[in-house]
Design a protein around this ligand. Sequence first.
Ligand code: FAD
Length: 440
Amino acid sequence: MKRIVIVGGGYAGFYTAWRLEKRLRRGEAEVTVVDHTPYMTYQPFLPEVAAGSIEARHAIVPLRRHLRRTRLVSGRATRIDHAERVVHVRLPDGSMTSFGYDEVVVTAGAVTRVFPVPGVREAAIGLKHIEEAVAIRDALLTAFDQAASLPPGPERQRRLGVTFIGGGFNGVEGFGEVFSLARALVRRHPGIRADELDFRLVEASDHLLPEVTPRAREWVRRHLESRGAKVHLRTTVTSVLDGRVELSTGESFDSGLVVWTAGIAANPVSARHTDLPVNERGLVVVRADLRVGTPDHPIEHAWAAGDDAAVPDLAAGPGAYTVPNAQHAVRQGKRLAKNLVAVLRGREPKPYRHRSLGTIATLGLGQGIFQSGPVTLTGPTAWLVHRGYHVLAMPTWERKLRVAGGWLGGFVLGRDIATLQTVQRPRAAFREDAEARRAE
Ligand SMILES: Cc1cc2nc3c(=O)[nH]c(=O)nc-3n(C[C@H](O)[C@H](O)[C@H](O)COP(=O)(O)OP(=O)(O)OC[C@H]3O[C@@H](n4cnc5c(N)ncnc54)[C@H](O)[C@@H]3O)c2cc1C
């Protein structure tokens, strides 16, 4: 039996394994997925998880439930040694093991790109993982509860200040959703006025959302500002110290919650810890059929897709590469599975080709922007398209129904503003009780 090892069970890895389960005959190959998380995260839902419109557990797909014929290994790949056909893995107890393979699939995705800005590492939080989305939501809800009990002053102001650093797709969506939650919270906290909120979106370039046309970007900026947010273009954050954010313009303000959404970088395992060929950005070099290498220098038995791979974009023309997004990662995963099975059976693989369907972004409950070719939709219509598209794109009916059920609940009952920030310190109450008992 051939051994196929997939490094990373996110979008591209999950779809590759899922499709392999459907296409491989019994006994044809054994598929192993290595990932330190037991689920695939539907990252486009993270902004809505941060805003409390989607329950966190519903935005992830448990691998064990949906990959029934795949061996799942809970561990982090530390090195892919293709010359030896081995993936080295660190297991949860810190020990090392290795998996030999006949075919390797590299789908480890990307990591958050963080610049060395003083205080950011200590004070800011990303928006790429489910834990981060949950923490952002709970931090905002807790901050409102606390601010409502505090007298006017810097402590209260800091709790009502939120800064997003990075105005790309993730930043704009996250900012729009969290701002929308904050405005809804004002209605639940009679002691807090809407004009006390200080929501800032800081972007180094001269525009938000590079994926859409200049006119649409301008609409997004004006829309956010019309709701009371401050958008700082051509501006960088120079420090985040003691809850105070300083900008390159010299301006500074209090901000209790700082979210870093300033882009992604290559995954270290594919960028630095492999003998597979990588480009200057640390992405695995693949051919159009998703096999590693170039047409002139093919590398046999290695495949890659998703955010960690430089995939030629045949729909965009020579020299272009597909942008790192879910639209491509899903389709590349499916194509990769088909091609891998074809090669195992001695047939020719086919090139990956996909023309972008467009851009769709949520800007908060009931607001969004959609652009596809000459068509631009804004406001509630775009937001409905966003919800419709994503619930259909969510893998498996089991997950689609959970997400749709949550939305229906929110529609009928309103936003759920329960916060469980204390879950991040689950033993605190128990320890306090134990200490009190000892002191008696
Ligand atoms: C907030 C947010 C919103 C987004 N919204 C959209 C959107 O609306 N539309 C869109 O098209 N795209 C969107 N994206 C982008 C999209 O989610 C990514 O492009 C997509 O997830 C890439 O898929 P992937 O499989 O390459 O990586 P991922 O989905 O990130 O999966 C990588 C997997 O590899 C695992 N892994 C990492 N390192 C290792 C290791 N060393 N060993 C083992 N496993 C490892 C990870 O745990 C993860 O499970 C969004 C992203 C974010 C963060």
